[in-house]
Design a protein around this ligand. Sequence first.
Ligand code: NAD
Length: 476
Amino acid sequence: MARSKEPSFRESVDLMFNRAVALMDLPPGLEEKIRVCNATYTVRFGVRLRGQIQTFTGYRSVHSEHMEPVKGGIRFSLGVNQDEVEALAALMTYKCALVEAPFGGSKGGLCVDPREYDAHEMEQITRRFAYELIKRDLIHPSQNVPAPDMGTGEREMAWIADQYARMNTTDINARACVTGKPLNAGGISGRVEATGRGVQYALREFFRDARDMQKAGVTGSLDGKRVVVQGLGNVGYHAAKFLAQEDGAKIIGIIEHDGALFDENGLDVDAVRHWIVGHGGVAGYPKAAHHADGSAVLEADCDILIPAALEGVIHMENAPRIKAPLIIEAANGPITAGADDILRAKGTVIIPDMYANAGGVTVSYFEWVKNLSHIRFGRMQRRQEEARHQLIVDELERLSKHLGDQWSMTPDFKQKYLRGADELELVRSGLDDTMRIAYQAMRDVWHGRDDVEDLRTAAYLVSIDKVAKSYQAKGL
Ligand code: NAD
């Protein structure tokens, strides 16, 4: 059977890396140095829960320290294992390089099903895991800065930040030890939505270039495009919501862990999310057809497929049946290397994970900078910006009066123009800029080199080149 030849997640990342470095001219040995994971720390610890000691296994993997701190999320899932954490850490290295976030790559994971424990129990487990990592500098503002990933969010990041502060009472930069914190615990506006927002900005950039659309055989704009999304968690929900509400896309399929919802006329993303939060899944949602075999909906006829849940969901067995001409990898590693070959041969355009979901680490970078500078973005210049705009508006109104009031500004324009940017607007602007510039770097390689036929190889070429230059500049 074809799936027995399926490469593992880490093998897939290595295969894709190898495909790219074969097209590069790296000094001997540097390729291997960049590819390998520097270190993985495994910890087993006990927590007394429900009257007995339960033992948990966790990992923190550091892929590359060409820049420090290293950065990467912490995942809570029963499927976590060393291979997965190392693959995810490698992707972080390439992702940070691609979007020019000044970090090396890292990732962490804990084998736990968060749905099995209440909030108090999860706090005990999270704090104990954080304690184990903090005491080895595997959580540290200048060494290793985690963030949320599957199964973790603002709540866990706040516990981790507090645990670090308790253990480092004189560290003035303690809050910068982790990103993705709630706003009232040192977080930044727009971090929760950032990865999904980045997916939206990535798709907007794709639709700005006729050559890209031609490669996928799509036309027009995002307006009216039929979208299937897998995983309506943090990333999938925000991506689907923004694409539907702001760009006119139609979310026709939502795949969750307990099946899929499908409606050719478009699903109400907020209503489905609300249902999932209340009922633990999509089953029973009254306003759309439910398919028990959710993964079959990956093969539905649609314009854009957004896998935003797990790795390896598109594999050699189902890849030939995937109909979407455009796939954007909101999740990490959703397409195996074997499936990638099949899809490329079919002409499917894949916007690769290392770029597509880089919105999270980009805004995490902004949060880290905010924590280190101890000041909210926009605090110094917002009112000054408003005052300067007011000067122009006053002058234009004076001139208009002078000319006999022949024209006037609409109140809506005036209000928008006069308002100085707040932190959220600045974060979105910085994210949009980052996503555009990184895409353009990939696009230049994609269209500019005859030996590069896909965006993933282009992404690897751009990022490996940056990592290599960093190693060459400072030595190993
Ligand atoms: P999340 O835990 O918030 O959401 C994951 C969703 O997938 C949940 O709704 C879950 O029910 C669903 N799911 C689980 N198993 C499924 C299955 N078999 N089929 C369909 N759906 C399933 O996680 P997230 O933070 O949204 O992360 C999703 C992906 O995005 C992961 O690959 C993660 O590494 C990647 N990512 C996340 C961030 C971030 O900022 N959160 C950043 C970069 C990349």
